[in-house]
Design a protein around this ligand. Structure first.
Ligand code: IVH
Length: 711
């Protein structure tokens, strides 16, 4: 809006001002992030200044506006860090998680995959070290001075806990002889002895105690008052790094030694191994010492030692290909199965949940556990083969509960010798317990699903809850409880996500029974709710995709899709063309690294044109401004290009070539079409090279490709 189109503030009502204020705040916050975090401004300085002036004008005319909202206005901000609670820190190098291994074969598989990816048959060394059960922290040093400490957050943006980290004894404030910029990463944890003493003090003072050392460490670090953190005995092990202006060393092992020489605590059980056998030997050694280490660990981490190889291996969407966490086995306990409830999820899956006599498993009280699906209860796997020796699970049984770290506990086994004589086999419902629609099992699917779709209230409510959840639209004041209330409300019903965006208009059009006059609401809370909804009319593409709650499309796939397609229009058009499950659009979709055919099929199935479900999605999008997402590395020479590899590659494997191209923002397709920009042809290239010639697609060899992408 240009200045002369803006309504004079003197003519505005407070709700109108709140709505415009919230819109402006969101546009400005996004602009801030784009400018400060991504170095990719989305608006001109002049527009930014104009919007900021308008914001200040609104705030001056309606002084209550900011207090009525829980958002912080950009008029109060410097750069991109919001001032509420902890400031946010955008990690310059993402903080990733680790793929898990549970069995010896998984470790051998890991080593094989590394070799295959690199096409490497010579020596290959790994480091092996304990996996510390705490919370990760990134410490940024500039010219040897600690300038910032940030938690992992969602891996891209963490919380600024600098002042708190300064109180931790193991964290040096200054370094000598360090690279100009050095981000040291590691784990904050609490020792068993310190944890016990802290809890003893807390219970003597009548305060709440912590369930385990990890919660105590997290709760102590994330204190708004750094004085509280200082009084808690936190420790820190360094095991990785983020941004560095000069390499720490040539290998992981030497880099850790270097961090130790700089003054960080590094774990003394870190060693070098030459393959799966020695990795497993060290795993057993560490496991046998686990109880006497004095701090919690939950596995052993293996990392490829040579940093050059690590760089070639690179990353999947959230985990590096060069490391794996070999977890310790889960903890077990026995209790009585009191009942089996069936829950209906947002994709219609009927999930049996065990109601248990509460029991402590590894320090946590468990009263519910998953029973997976009907086959699992009956003692069969999805292919009909026996599990647990074919023993079924019945209400009243004495059952074994299994808990592995944060994973939802499950019923693992049953003791038949304690089964009551009159115990009856469990009959799994074939109708949805919520809407009565038939519940079907598709061929090859282990899950029975309600076929009611949007008519099933359980599915509809679960979809709405997902839609407003944190990683999705995250609408302030509209949580699971409010969603259930509006879903069942006769005056202002919300049955689908689109209905959320008509709430304010419907309320305005209803002269009687205004929301603000109803129980549990009031003028301010309604204004806040409507403003929060307004604020989310502008939404980044990845969040929108995730919010739709499509089966197999979680946050990772959503962000892959958003980066691949850039805009909602591109995505939906590609889906319309891909709904025959063949052709270049389908191939491009299934070719996205990390997507896979199952997710692609689920996405297309959920958005098939001319269905009621698609109609609802189109209606929703009609209410929104969807912000495009920046493709990966848009400044690389191949960003946005569609490339195809063919023939034999000699300098790298096909998987490595594909991953590299995608990390540079290129799309890698399986076949040549009119949309292909570049064919990289090695020796032995056949029909694809001919197709390229026919279609006038540029063809280069592997060396030219490497020169193009900078080696
Ligand atoms: S390496 C790029 N090493 O485990 C991967 N992580 O489950 C960098 N963790 O987020 C992590 N001990 O918080 C690494 N010795 C260790 C670790 C470790 C604990 C944590 C870390 C990570 C999580 C993944």
């Amino acid at each position: 809006m240009s200045e002369d189109q803006m309504r004079p503030v003197a003519m505005m009502s407070e709700p109108e001002a709140v709505a415009e204020w919230a819109d402006l705040v969101h546009l400005l916050l996004d602009a801030n992030l784009a400018y400060h975090r991504d170095d990719a401004p989305v608006m001109s300085d002049a527009s930014y200044d104009r919007m900021k002036r308008r914001l200040a004008e609104l705030e001056a005319a309606f002084p209550g506006i900011q207090r009525a909202m829980t958002m912080t206005s950009p008029t109060d901000m410097v750069g991109a860090a919001p001032a509420d609670g902890f400031g946010k820190v955008a990690h310059r190098v993402r903080m990733l998680s680790l793929e898990n291994a549970f069995a010896a074969e998984d470790v051998a598989d890991f080593a094989d995959r590394v070799r295959k990816f690199l096409n490497h048959s010579g020596d290959l060394t790994f480091t092996a070290e304990p996996k510390i059960d705490g919370l990760s922290l990134s410490l940024r040093y500039e010219s040897g001075v600690l300038v910032q400490a940030a938690t992992r957050g969602d891996g891209e943006v963490g919380e600024n806990v600098t002042e708190n980290a300064r109180t931790i004894r193991d964290i040096p404030q200054r370094l000598t002889d360090a690279p100009e910029v050095l981000e040291v990463r590691g784990e904050v944890y609490m020792s068993h002895a310190d944890f016990a003493a802290l809890n003893a003090r807390a219970s003597a003072a009548g305060d709440k105690t912590f369930a385990n050392p990890r919660n105590a460490a997290a709760g102590s670090l994330r204190q708004l008052d750094a004085g509280v953190t200082a009084s808690r005995p936190l420790r820190f092990f360094a095991y990785a790094w983020g941004e560095v202006t000069s390499p720490l060393a040539a290998t992981q092992f030497e880099a850790i030694q270097r961090l130790n020489a700089l003054g960080f605590q590094t774990n003394p059980l870190t060693i070098l191994c030459d393959g799966p056998d020695s990795l497993l030997a060290h795993y057993n050694r560490i496991e046998s010492q686990r109880a006497t280490l004095g701090y919690d660990i939950d596995g052993v981490v293996y990392k490829v030692n040579h940093l050059g190889l690590q760089a070639r291996l690179g990353f999947r969407s959230t985990t590096p290909r060069w490391a794996i966490a070999h977890k310790f086995p889960a903890e077990l306990a026995w209790t009585t199965l009191l009942g089996i409830d069936i829950q209906v999820g947002r994709t219609g899956a009927l999930s049996p949940v065990a109601r248990l006599q509460p029991v402590t498993v590894g320090g946590v009280v468990v009263s519910n556990a998953t029973l997976h699906n009907e086959d699992y209860i009956a003692g069969r796997d999805s292919k009909g083969a026996e599990i647990r020796g074919g023993k079924d699970i019945r209400v009243g049984d004495w059952v074994q509960i299994y808990r592995a770290g944060d994973v939802i506990p499950k019923v693992a086994d049953v003791d038949l010798s304690r089964r009551k004589i009159d115990a009856q086999p469990f009959v799994f419902p074939t109708e949805c317990p919520e809407c009565g629609s038939p519940a079907h099992r598709e061929e090859g699917d282990s899950v029975r699903r309600c076929t009611g779709g949007l008519i099933c209230p359980a599915q509809a409510v679960e979809r709405l809850k997902h839609f407003v959840s944190r990683g999705a639209f995250d609408i302030e004041g509209l949580g699971a409880k409010q969603v259930e209330m509006f879903f069942n409300d006769e005056i202002l019903p919300v049955k689908t996500p689109a209905d959320i965006f008509t709430l304010a208009a419907r309320d305005a059009a209803n002269p009687l029974q205004k929301l603000k006059n109803r129980d549990g609401f009031g003028e301010t809370s309604v204004a806040k709710l409507f403003a929060a909804v307004e604020a989310r009319r502008t939404i980044p593409l990845d969040r929108l995709i995730f919010a739709l709650g499509i089966r197999h499309i979680g946050e990772t796939s959503s962000s892959l899709l958003a980066r691949h397609y850039g805009t909602w229009e591109n995505l939906i058009q590609a889906i319309d063309f891909a709904c025959t499950f063949t052709g270049p659009d389908w191939e491009s979709l299934t070719g996205i690294d990390g997507m896979g055919e199952v997710s692609a099929r689920a996405l297309v199935d959920a958005l098939i044109p001319a269905t009621a479900e698609r109609g609802e999605v189109d209606r929703l999008v009609g209410f929104l401004t969807v912000l495009p997402v920046k493709a990966a590395e848009t400044d690389s020479p191949v960003a946005g290009k569609t490339v195809v590899f063919t023939g034999t590659l000699e300098k790298m494997t096909r998987a490595e070539a594909k991953a590299r191209a995608e990390s540079l923002g290129a799309k890698v397709a399986g076949s040549v079409s009119a949309k292909t920009d570049l064919l990289i042809a090695g020796p032995g290239a056949g029909s694809k090279a001919k197709d390229a010639e026919r279609l006038g697609v540029e063809v280069i060899d592997e060396d030219a490709w490497l020169r193009l992408i900078g080696g």
